[in-house]
Ligand binder design. Structure first.
Ligand code: GRF
Length: 212
């Protein structure tokens, strides 16, 4: 079976990118990372791509007159590599209409909280401040909102009494590294279907019906 062609968009250290690459190399994800694109020239994720002979491209948003023009440049690169699924891995920009229209229901994101709780750039900090007993991470399809798209998978971790933003983030990221590849594999297997806000996973058993 042909491998799912991924384009990964990053802005920073790229540990989720690394986890995806490692899962592919271990033979547990039927995909290949065709290109890594970043909006930050200093993103460490570029080093990670290089270490695995994956092309890394820096697209400088400042060189474009507006978001649409910047995204056209990104889409062009993704199209050249015949990318089928766009994976946001620590990409710190709100996705705009050009990218969304080029890849409808074909962009995934991971967020370090149990959405819809604590969207935005400080999911772990906000969870600690609020005082929740559990938090976690969410893989979702991207829509035009901030962390609002249909939810694919979530993982839960406890929030401990003495947690701060960093200790909670360290607990959550271990789960991120597992569920992102799992969600991409489900997509690769053609098992995800978006029905309104819900993502149905074929082969998953219903509690009442017992049907899988
Ligand atoms: C992760 O916590 C992810 O959930 C969020 O940004 C962070 C990226 O980390 N969207 P990394 O660059 O993958 O290490």
């Amino acid at each position: 079976m042909a491998k799912l062609r991924l384009g990964v968009l990053v802005s920073g250290r790229g540990s989720n990118l690394q986890a995806i690459i490692d899962t592919i190399e271990a033979g547990n994800l039927d995909a290949e990372v065709k290109v890594v694109i970043t909006d930050k020239s200093e993103a460490y994720a570029l080093e990670r791509a290089k270490n695995h002979n994956i092309p890394g491209v820096y697209v400088n948003p400042m060189q474009y007159t507006n978001k649409a023009e910047y995204e056209k440049a990104v889409v062009q690169i993704l199209a050249e590599d015949r990318v089928e699924l766009v994976v946001l891995a620590g990409y710190m920009r709100l996705v705009g209409s050009v990218l969304l229209e080029a890849y409808p229901s074909r962009i995934m994101n991971i967020h370090p909280a149990l959405l819809p709780a604590f969207p935005g750039a400080h999911g772990q900090r906000d969870a600690v401040s609020y005082g929740v007993r559990f938090s976690g991470c969410t893989v979702h399809f991207v829509d035009k909102g901030m962390d609002t798209g249909p939810i694919i998978l979530q993982a839960v971790v406890p929030v401990m009494q003495d947690d701060d933003e960093d200790t909670l983030a360290a607990r959550i990221i271990k789960e991120e590294h597992k569920i992102y590849s799992q969600a991409i594999q489900l997509y690769a297997e053609g098992r995800l279907k978006v029905e309104g806000r819900r993502v149905m996973i074929s082969g998953e058993c219903g509690v009442e019906s017992g049907e899988c």
